[in-house]
Design a protein around this ligand. Structure first.
Ligand code: X2X
Length: 335
């Protein structure tokens, strides 16, 4: 054998084995889109992205899901319209914003309802979540069984810390587009402005509003600390994200595919809850180091201010006695 040929053969023996594709990669049978309004680095997007990979593997490549985080497909209002029409197959949305379509979906947002996360998950994976999901299904949407954690919400401002309800009086605060959020901060005599999340950073930066309220993981991943000075730990509400599906689009999928998607997205929600819990204990320090000045508050005066303003009576009337009793069954008397 000529020397050159021998050398080439010897060299080729050391080349890494590469998969020689003898046939084109099969295109997926189902190409599905999932949108969120949170920054790509938020644990909810990270866990959903991992679930998408598992779904592709577990369906043998038949399902290709594409994630559009950070309001890439529009505002919450836009994306809710898209998932209702089927232009978008999946969308994560707070029940309080969904309440513009499904009023009962705001039930878990009643101020100071949940005293801790044990109560939250027992309610949301139990009777309160079941009641809300049943209402959502009446509107052509499906809410997957385990809600993602947004978290307990805190007030941030660029003007002054909030130590007592009086500090909220007249304050221009951004709130999500939701009747309950507006009602709560009107009950505190502040001046709530309904703004979609994709416009919050610029509204704070240009001082259209003095402050906003969000869980720490959102304040961190959306870098709101860059345009805020104070963070008052009010824990005034617990909020979550339902993973919504367009019902027709989801039910068109083969049953085995539906089962894989449901299973892996429930796993993602539970993993994300643990991520948020871990972050919450670390973020006060990290955000403090990024320039936010933190203060704790006594929740009692805030809850009393809501009661005196008729907030609990108003929302008991809007939700109805049956739904209100389901909520109180999970968290105790609310008044
Ligand atoms: O809009 C907000 O404040 C956010 C990101 O927390 C929700 O989607 C409810």
């Amino acid at each position: 054998m000529p020397n050159t040929r021998r050398r080439l053969l010897a060299a080729s023996a050391t080349l890494p084995l590469v998969a020689l594709r003898t046939r084109p990669v099969a295109a997926a049978d189902f190409n599905l889109k999932l949108a969120t309004n949170l920054p790509a680095t938020h644990p909810m997007n990270l866990r959903i992205g991992q679930a998408m990979e598992r779904i592709k593997t577990d369906t043998g490549g038949r399902v290709e899901m594409q994630l559009f985080p950070n309001s890439q497909l529009g505002s919450d209002t836009d994306m809710l319209s898209q998932v209702r029409s089927g232009a978008l197959e999946f969308f994560t949305l707070s029940g309080l914003i969904l309440a513009t379509l499904v009023p009962l979906a705001a039930l878990n947002g009643v101020g100071f309802a949940f005293k801790d996360y044990d109560q939250v998950w027992a309610a949301m994976d139990g009777p309160v979540g079941a009641l809300i999901r049943a209402e959502i299904e009446k509107r052509g949407l499906i809410a997957f069984e385990n809600i993602f954690d947004n978290g307990y919400r805190q007030v941030t401002t660029s003007t002054k810390p909030v130590r007592a309800p009086e500090d909220l009086r007249g304050m221009k605060l951004r709130v999500p587009v939701s009747p309950l959020w507006t009602s709560m901060f009107r009950a505190f005599d502040s001046a709530p402005a309904s703004i979609n999340f994709n416009e919050v950073y610029s509204a704070l930066q240009t001082k259209i509003v003095d402050g906003q309220e969000n869980p720490l993981a959102v304040i961190d991943t959306a870098k709101l600390y860059e345009v805020q000075k104070f963070c008052s730990v009010t824990n005034h509400m617990w909020d979550g994200f339902w993973l919504l599906a367009n019902r027709r689009a989801f039910e068109r999928l083969p049953r085995d595919v539906q089962a894989v998607i449901s299973r892996e997205m429930s796993r993602a929600a539970k993993e994300e809850r643990a991520d948020i819990a871990a972050l919450n204990s670390a973020l006060t320090g990290k955000l403090g180091g990024s320039g936010l000045t933190f203060n704790d508050v006594d929740p009692a005066p805030f809850r009393e201010a809501l009661r005196k303003a008729g907030f609990y009576a108003e929302w008991r009337g809007k939700f109805g006695d049956q739904a209100w009793s389901v909520l109180e069954g999970a968290v105790g008397s609310l008044s």
